[in-house]
Design a protein around this ligand. Structure first.
Ligand code: SF4
Length: 251
């Protein structure tokens, strides 16, 4: 009899909060943050290095956490989410897979997501660089939020080819493509990103997300409006949406 593969993955944290970015802003989600990332963006403020334990919220939205050993059996997370839904009047809109880069765990996700889908649909937050991994779970995901990792902000070369391959595959499920912008963002990079979105996913909103400094955006409204006008040369639906969860003091 073939061995049943373990549905285990290294996690950073599991918690309930509101989506604070992009077109689903305000939706209540269960966030499952996976460890490990294939990039090393200069501005990254997200913990993603795997450790011996992860933090799991005790009650949804409580901000109280307890430590659990890594890797975590994801069936335990399914049970937890089911219980949270039951105890919170089904308040959650979806499960957000985030990281790090969750697609580094695509083989495990392919086994786990059918189980999770019996409770809530899946929202994938990704850096948009692993199309072959996306292919493994595309049919299990309802929304994809993809980042374009622009070199001006990340400090590394923009992976344009990977982004193009990813967009071409993800377009049916994409709800947005995001670019984090700050004072270093160049017009050339902005135009190239907008052009890429328009070529592969013309109906998908292109979100300019100002980098967050402290609790607020690092760019003023006038600068953001200028960037929006530039990007609009290449794409018809360019939106400015800052992160709002830092303002509200929630995770
Ligand atoms: S892709 Fe995301 S998690 Fe990975 S280094 Fe960049 S900002 Fe951090």
């Amino acid at each position: 009899m073939p061995a049943i593969p373990a549905i285990d993955a290294p996690l950073i944290e599991v918690f309930s909060s509101m989506q604070g970015e992009g077109v689903l802003i305000g939706c209540r989600q269960v966030f499952v943050r996976f460890a490990e990332c294939n990039l090393a963006c200069e501005y990254c403020d997200t913990p993603y290095q795997p450790g011996p334990t992860c933090q799991i919220e005790s009650n949804p939205g409580s901000g109280q956490f307890s430590s659990h050993n890594n890797p975590v059996n994801l069936t335990e997370i399914t049970r937890l989410v089911s219980q949270w839904q039951h105890n919170s009047n089904n308040v959650h809109h979806s499960v957000a897979l985030t990281g790090g880069e969750p697609l580094l765990h695509a083989d495990i996700l392919r086994l786990w997501l059918p189980e999770m889908l019996t409770i809530l649909p899946i929202f994938l937050e990704t850096n948009g660089t692993l199309p072959a991994e996306l292919e493994k779970i595309l049919h299990l995901v309802k929304w994809i939020s993809m980042d374009i990792k622009g070199s001006a902000v990340t400090g590394a070369q923009t992976p344009w080819v990977d982004h193009a391959d990813f967009l071409a595959l993800a377009k049916e499920r994409l709800c947005q493509v995001k670019l984090v912008v700050d004072e270093r963002t160049t017009n050339d990079e902005l135009l190239e990103a907008a052009c890429l979105v328009n070529r592969h996913a013309p109906d998908v909103p292109f979100i300019l997300q100002p980098r967050t400094l402290g609790a607020g955006p690092s760019l003023g409204g006038d600068v953001l409006l200028g960037l929006q006008e530039i990007a609009a040369q290449e794409h018809h639906d360019v939106r400015i949406i800052p992160q709002i969860h830092p303002w509200l003091g929630v995770a």
